[in-house]
Design a protein around this ligand. Structure first.
Ligand SMILES: [Zn+2]
Ligand SMILES: [Zn+2]
Length: 390
C-alpha cells in the first residue's frame, strides 16, 4: 500500500492526478463542541484506488450527530459530521467495479473487507480490517489554510460531496427518492437490521421497542415486517407513541415516572414479559429497562450509542436463572450491501413506509435549525437537501 512518501511525490512535482485536489465544497464543520456547525469551504482530495467521489443529494439528521455536537460522544475537531447520506457518483478511482458515474448510492459508516473472519461469518459491521479498508495515504479533507479536517465514520456527509471507499457504498435504484434512500444508511439499516439480523424476530414473538425516534420507528416497522404478533412502543413523549402506532405498534407504554413503572406496564400488556426488547435511545437507564421487560429466554438488543465510559447494571439472577440475553447490535448488525436491496423491495412493495418517516426536508443553510428542531415529538427524521446553495 502506498505510504506517506507517495504524498510527498506530488509536492515534488510528479504529475499524478491522484494527488491533485479537484473539489472545493461547502461543508458544515464542527469546530467547538456545544456550538453550532460553521459553514466553510473545504478541499476534497481526488479519488484514489477503490475510492469514489459522491455528490451529496440528501443527508439525514441523526441523534448520533447531535451527541457529537453536544459532546456526549467523542470526536476530534474540526470535523465534518453527517453519516446518513444518499448521492450521485461523480468520479471513480482506479479499481472501482461496482458502480458507475451517475449512479445513485447510499453510504454506511461500516465498510467491510469481505475477507476477514467476521465478514466471512456474516458480520460485516464487525469487520476486523475496517481501519485498513478506510486507510489512505493522506487526509481527505483540508481547510483553505491547509489544515486537516476529520470526517465522522470516514464519511463527513454534511458537505456537498464525500470521498469514500467503494466498500462504504451501495447502489440504490433511482426509483427510490434520495430523501428516502439516505435513511438506508443509518436509521433503517440500524432499526430494521436489528430486528432481522440482531434479534431475528419471528411471527410468534412479542417485541418491545424503547425510543420512538427514527431508529425506533424503523425497528417497529422491522418487527411488523418480521411478523411479530405484538409490538409494544415505549417512549416518554405521548405524541411519539401516537406516531409509533401509525407505523405498526400494537400497544404503547408511556415511560414516565420510573423505569419500574414502564417495566410493570409491559408485563401487564404481555404477561411474563416480551421475547425481544430493542433499545433505540442510547441511555443506560433505557438499556436496563429493556432487560427488565424480558420474559424468560428473552433477549435485549441494544442499539443506542451511550456516552463514553457507560456501564450497565443487570440483575445477575434474572440473567442466569431466566436464560436471558443482552446483546449489542452496532448499526443493527446490518449487512449493508444486501440489505439495501431488501429495503428497496419492501419499500416499493409498500411494506416499509419510509416516505412517512421523512417528516421534514430542510435546506443545507438551515442545518443548525434542523438540529434544534429534533426534539419536536412529531419529528421522525429531518432530511437536509444538499443540492441548493448555503
Ligand atoms: Zn445515525
Ligand atoms: Zn472484514
Amino acid at each position: 500500500m502506498e505510504g506517506p512518501q507517495g504524498a510527498s511525490s506530488a509536492a515534488d512535482g510528479v504529475d499524478d492526478r491522484r494527488h491533485i485536489v479537484i473539489s472545493t465544497v461547502t461543508a458544515a464543520v464542527l469546530h467547538t463542541v456545544g456550538e453550532p456547525l460553521e459553514f466553510e469551504a473545504i478541499a476534497i482530495d481526488h479519488p484514489g484506488a477503490f475510492e469514489v467521489l459522491v455528490r451529496v443529494e440528501r443527508v439525514g439528521l441523526c441523534h448520533s450527530d447531535l451527541h457529537y455536537i453536544r459532546g456526549l460522544l467523542d470526536i476530534g475537531t474540526p470535523a465534518i459530521l453527517g453519516h446518513e447520506v444518499a448521492g450521485i457518483v461523480e468520479t471513480v478511482g482506479a479499481g472501482v467495479t461496482r458502480m458507475n458515474v451517475g449512479d445513485r448510492v447510499v453510504a454506511t459508516v461500516t465498510p467491510a473487507c469481505g475477507m476477514c473472519r467476521q465478514c466471512l461469518r456474516g458480520r460485516p459491521t464487525q469487520c476486523q480490517r475496517v481501519d485498513l479498508v478506510r486507510l489512505r495515504p493522506r487526509p481527505k479533507h483540508h481547510r483553505m489554510d491547509g489544515s486537516v479536517v476529520g470526517a465522522l465514520g470516514g464519511l463527513g456527509a454534511f458537505a456537498q460531496a464525500i470521498l469514500v471507499t467503494e466498500s462504504s457504498l451501495a447502489v440504490v435504484d433511482k426509483t427510490v427518492p434520495p430523501e428516502v434512500a439516505c435513511l438506508f444508511g443509518c436509521c433503517v439499516s440500524t432499526g430494521v437490521g436489528a430486528v432481522v439480523h440482531g434479534a431475528a424476530v419471528r411471527p410468534h414473538d412479542t417485541v418491545a421497542v424503547i425510543g420512538c425516534g427514527g431508529v425506533g420507528i424503523a425497528a417497529i416497522q422491522g418487527a411488523r415486517l418480521a411478523g411479530a404478533r405484538r409490538i409494544i412502543a415505549i417512549d416518554s413523549e405521548p405524541r411519539k407513541l401516537v406516531v409509533a402506532k401509525r407505523f405498526g405498534a400494537t400497544d404503547a407504554v408511556l415511560a414516565g415516572k420510573s423505569p419500574e413503572a414502564a417495566v410493570s406496564a409491559v408485563h401487564q400488556i404481555e404477561s411474563g414479559g416480551v421475547d425481544h426488547a430493542i433499545e433505540a435511545v442510547g441511555r443506560t437507564e433505557t438499556a436496563e429497562l429493556a432487560f427488565g421487560c424480558l420474559a424468560p429466554a428473552g433477549a435485549a438488543t441494544i442499539l443506542g450509542l451511550m456516552p463514553t465510559g457507560s456501564s450497565l447494571r443487570i440483575p445477575a439472577e434474572d440473567l442466569v436463572y431466566g436464560d436471558r440475553t443482552v446483546r449489542g447490535a452496532y448499526m443493527g448488525a446490518n449487512r449493508f450491501l444486501s440489505d439495501v436491496a431488501m429495503f428497496t423491495d419492501h419499500y416499493r412493495g409498500g411494506r416499509l413506509d419510509l416516505d412517512a418517516m421523512v417528516t421534514r426536508v430542510i435546506d443545507f443553510a438551515d442545518i443548525n435549525d434542523g438540529f434544534a428542531a429534533m426534539s419536536d415529538p412529531d419529528n421522525v427524521r429531518t432530511v437536509v437537501n444538499m443540492t441548493g446553495g448555503v
